[in-house]
Ligand binder design. Structure first.
Ligand code: ISL
Ligand code: CA
Length: 536
């Protein structure tokens, strides 16, 4: 076991967490003000979405200087203070590391526009093929993966045009990132969440085969060279610091995940964010939703639990809709949010709570496309218009799927409490009911439940070390055990809004439940129980 495996993780999206100076933008001093809150919740590690200098086309995922702090968020001194103040409370930080691309405002990219610059090959600049683009690849955000330079050549970008892809075949690239990674590790960072870490190395730039989305994928997805790079980073840079890496890995199955985790000399990542469970309610692409099928969902989770020794467990992040809106219910808001938290914190792996999840924040209630800020949302809105999708359908796609669902400001009190000014992104107007202050005072709130759950996870090793075993996963019920030599717990989850017949033997002690006393023969809507049971 490594130290981090005992910990509970919390993701902060700094822009929307807490604004200390009233400019409407969350900032680092704002995070410092909330460290006591995070400690009271029981969090040990915080993943900070990017806080580096950035023109904010993709809100920090377009980095213009890896060694400086975005002035909107504060100064380097603020960052150092955050690390120091966190440590006093037993809270450690991991930063976001984007190695696939930079901002087009990065000094490397600007220099690379000159064909004679030593930085030219830091990126993929290519001439067109006559009137055609260098190849047929398409981007993650929709549209072509190439944009034109002032001199008429093109550059590759798998994401927005302002996010040019770096060329990992360049001999300097590794050395550049070695400096960057060490710079932050020297400041006391414990590790990194590595953005789209399995598409960095491109094998070739020839045309991709026909596909509905992401044409070109087969030429850059988890290439042998990509594995090599990660192994080297891990061995030479990360390990000497005793730090760890969490990879965001796109389109991986369990076999590939195991390759990316690796063992011994071939170790790459310590854990990864996989997407298969997130894809369970979508049809081909995330914008086409189909209804949520709990059985499908729990079967995918089970497969991952059984195939991967240790993984990052998450139901939400800054790219995903809110879990209570997606897998739970408005009507059973409290019950379903608690049920989902029980799932998150009792599976095997490192649980990641996304800011606001601990109070059951919901998808945004925006009424107009102008309320949205996310580049991907805007792209899809425009693209779906071009494709002549009916307006009501386009709006529904945005409502259900937009990344801004997760990015609306954190709801601290009945007035919002995020900022004394006008928030950069509109707040969700259910803050009167769903906020930290109210839920802190209410012993029966979602927040109080999270606190108890985290205490229990810390108290019994079985939640960290215990073997996962599925017991029953039909009719929308997900029942499993975690077991060590000394202890066995049974987790019973009703993932539906219906009453369900289910009998269980109550020989053991109930460690936690989200309803008042037990009904033996049936489960209530979204009921969740953790029971200590005798060994077989
Ligand atoms: O939300 C998605 C687009 O439909 C995902 O596919 C997402 O783009 C993918 O998971 C990569 O995400 C990461 O890199 C992006 C950034 O926009 C996301 O916020 C980040 O999590 C580019 O850096
Ligand atoms: Ca601010």
């Amino acid at each position: 076991m490594q130290a981090f495996q005992k910990g509970v993780f919390y993701q902060i999206y700094p822009r929307s967490f807490n604004d200390s100076n009233g400019d409407g933008i969350g900032d680092i001093p704002g995070i410092i003000q909330k460290l006591d809150y995070l400690a009271s919740l029981g969090v040990n590690y915080v993943w900070l979405s990017p806080v580096y200098a950035s023109p904010n086309v993709d809100y920090g995922y377009d980095i213009s200087d890896y060694l400086s702090i975005n002035p909107e968020y504060g100064t380097m001194a603020d960052m150092e203070k955050l690390i120091k103040e966190g440590k006093k409370r037993g809270i450690y930080f991991i930063m976001d590391l984007v190695m696939n691309h930079t901002s087009s405002e990065h000094a490397w990219f600007k220099a690379s526009l000159d064909p004679d610059s030593p930085y030219r090959d830091y990126y993929y600049h290519r001439p067109g093929r006559g009137k055609k683009l260098p190849n047929n690849w398409t981007s993650f955000f929709g549209g072509k993966a190439w944009s034109q330079n002032p001199d008429g050549t093109y550059y590759l970008h798998l994401f927005a045009p302002n996010q040019p892809d770096l060329n990992w075949d360049h001999p300097n690239m590794y050395e550049e990132f070695k400096k960057i990674i060490r710079f932050w590790l020297d400041k006391g960072i414990k590790g990194f969440r590595c953005d789209v870490v399995n598409v960095m190395s491109k094998k070739t730039l020839v045309d991709g085969r026909p596909r509905l989305i992401l044409k070109g994928l087969e030429h850059y997805h988890s290439t042998p060279k990509n594995h090599e790079i990660l192994r080297r980073i891990r061995k030479e840079i990360i390990e000497p610091y005793g730090a760890f890496l969490v990879g965001e890995t796109v389109m991986v199955d369990t076999k590939l995940a195991n390759d990316l985790l690796g063992e011994g000399d071939s170790k790459e990542l310590d854990m990864l964010f996989s997407f298969e469970h997130m894809d369970a309610d979508q049809f081909l692409v995330k914008w086409f939703k189909r209804s949520f099928k709990p059985n499908k969902f729990s079967k995918i989770l089970t497969k991952w639990q059984q195939s991967i020794p240790w993984n990052a467990i998450y139901l939400e992040n800054h790219d995903q809709p809110r879990s209570v809106s997606r897998y739970g219910s408005n009507h059973y808001h409290k019950e379903s949010a608690k049920m989902l938290s029980t799932l998150l914190l009792t599976l095997k792996g490192s649980p990641f709570i996304y800011q606001g999840q601990e109070i059951g924040m919901m998808n945004v209630d925006y009424k107009s496309i102008d309320d949205y800020k996310d580049v991907e949302t805007k792209n899809i809105w425009a693209l779906s218009k071009k494709l002549l999708f009916p307006r009501f359908y386009r709006w529904r796609m945005i409502k259900n799927v937009s990344r801004d669902n997760a990015r609306s400001p954190m709801q601290w009190d009945a007035k919002g409490g995020f900022s004394t000014g006008t928030p950069w992104l509109r707040i969700n107007h259910n803050q009167k009911k769903i906020n930290v202050e109210t839920q802190t005072e209410d012993g029966n709130s979602i927040l109080s439940y999270y606190k108890r759950l985290i205490k229990i996870r810390n108290q019994y090793d079985v939640f960290v070390e215990g073997v996962f075993k599925p017991v029953y996963q039909r009719r929308g019920l997900f029942v499993y055990t975690r077991e060590t030599q000394n202890m066995k717990v049974l987790i019973i989850l009703n993932m539906t809004s219906k009453y369900k017949k289910y009998s269980y033997n109550l020989d053991g002690e109930i460690l936690l439940r989200n309803y008042p006393p037990i009904e033996m023969k049936r489960l209530r809507p979204y009921e969740a129980l953790i029971i200590e049971v005798p060994h077989d």
